[in-house]
Write a protein that binds this ligand. Structure first.
Ligand SMILES: C[S@@+](CC[C@H](N)C(=O)[O-])C[C@H]1O[C@@H](n2cnc3c(N)ncnc32)[C@H](O)[C@@H]1O
Length: 353
């Protein structure tokens, strides 16, 4: 496992304004996406970086004449048309993450510039983004999510903006602060970290995943935000790692894989070529994991406990609300579909009786 460098200065830097609208689309938008094309790696070699440390956490130890950096900037900008303003914005962010001064226009301000990666690596990163359709978040190794800068890398789902609302809903649950919570399929650990930061002295989050890569990244994020005393990371499938806390949980949170298998070939390249199928593939109708979660829920929640599942949207949520309110009506109350910021019924929530 690579050593990941923790830099307090980088950690405390102000969050740059990053427009979310042009970052990867919600998982639900598969149907409107570019038809699949063969995966391409324009710079050759493996898709993943040799150094998985997020760019902004690497030491700024590479000196480069300002003129060489300015030339890179011009070369990189020339690769993208003016009609793709989001790529020009990504170039500014790449330069900001790559420079000691977190400066989107470093070539104009310091000479030599101090970079966090050799120029050849930046060139390769940029090519993989603009030619290989590698998500910008994997290129720089982080995503801005709520008030967090979450480390991500290949093998781990990039947390999506619509998932941010989960934390707000959970915070409103009576008894939230001192409850025990499970974040099932934690991925980068974004939800677990955000929830943990709001908990009181008795609160705890069990963050689980079957993916070892995800848990490695989740561990890093937990450590970076100093919530190791609140988040316990456990490996295993869904409820399996929770045997010892059965019937004791205040809440279960999960954003499981929910894309119907038949829709996977239609995913936009940034998602379908690069994000882990383990995090996307929801099986038949996208419901395989969601149904498993619904079935096991009553055994882990304590009476009055809350659950929230993210879904692919409207139909899946409506189906699950119907199912839980009929098949398990004796176990759950107040089961409902909750809208996301795009007015899609994205979440299913309810309480254990
Ligand atoms: C859609 S991603 C969500 C990641 C993260 N919670 C988020 O919201 O960004 C689904 C996650 O479920 C995990 N997963 C898939 N199958 C699983 C299983 N059987 N048990 C536990 N986790 C699983 C994947 O590895 C992935 O991290």
């Amino acid at each position: 496992m690579a050593t990941l460098v923790f830099s307090p200065a980088a950690f405390l830097r102000p969050k740059p304004l990053r427009c979310r609208l042009l970052l990867p689309k919600p998982l639900a938008s598969a149907s409107s996406l570019t038809p699949p094309t063969p995966r391409a790696d324009p710079v050759g070699g493996s898709d993943s970086d040799p150094d998985p440390t997020p760019l902004f956490l690497r030491p700024a130890s590479h000196r480069l004449p300002a003129a060489a950096l300015a030339a890179f900037r011009r070369r990189a900008a020339a690769l993208v048309p003016p009609s793709a303003p989001h790529l020009h914005r990504h170039l500014r962010w790449l330069l900001a993450d790559a420079t000691a001064a977190n400066d989107p226009d470093p070539a104009s301000r310091s000479d030599p510039a101090l970079l966090r990666a050799p120029l050849d690596d930046l060139e390769a990163m940029w090519l993989r983004h603009v030619r290989g359709r590698r998500p910008f978040q994997y290129v720089v190794g982080n995503e801005h999510w709520r008030d967090l800068v979450v480390a991500v890398r290949e093998g781990v789902l990039i947390p999506r903006p619509e998932t941010e609302a989960v934390v707000d809903m959970v915070k409103r649950v009576e008894g939230f602060a001192d409850g025990w919570w499970a974040d099932l399929g934690t991925g980068s650990g974004a939800i677990a970290v955000a929830v943990a930061r709001e908990l009181g002295a008795g609160g705890r989050v069990f963050a689980t995943d079957v993916s070892e890569v995800a848990l490695e990244v989740a561990r890093l994020n937990v450590q970076r935000y100093g919530v190791q005393d609140k988040v316990e990371i456990r490996h295993g499938s869904w409820f399996e790692p929770l045997e010892d806390v059965k019937g004791k949980l205040m809440g279960v949170i999960s954003n499981p894989p929910y894309i119907p298998t038949v829709d996977l070939p239609g995913l936009q390249p940034e998602v379908g070529w690069h994000e882990p199928m383990l995090a996307l593939d929801g099986g038949k109708d996208g419901l395989e994991h969601l149904l498993h979660l619904c079935e096991g829920l009553s055994s882990v929640l304590k009476p009055g406990g809350f659950f929230i599942f993210e879904t692919n949207g409207d139909k899946q949520s409506e189906f699950l609300v119907d199912l839980i309110s009929t098949k398990w009506s004796s176990s759950f109350r107040n089961v409902e579909a909750v809208l996301d910021f795009a007015d899609i019924k994205r979440f299913v929530t309810g309480y254990r009786r």
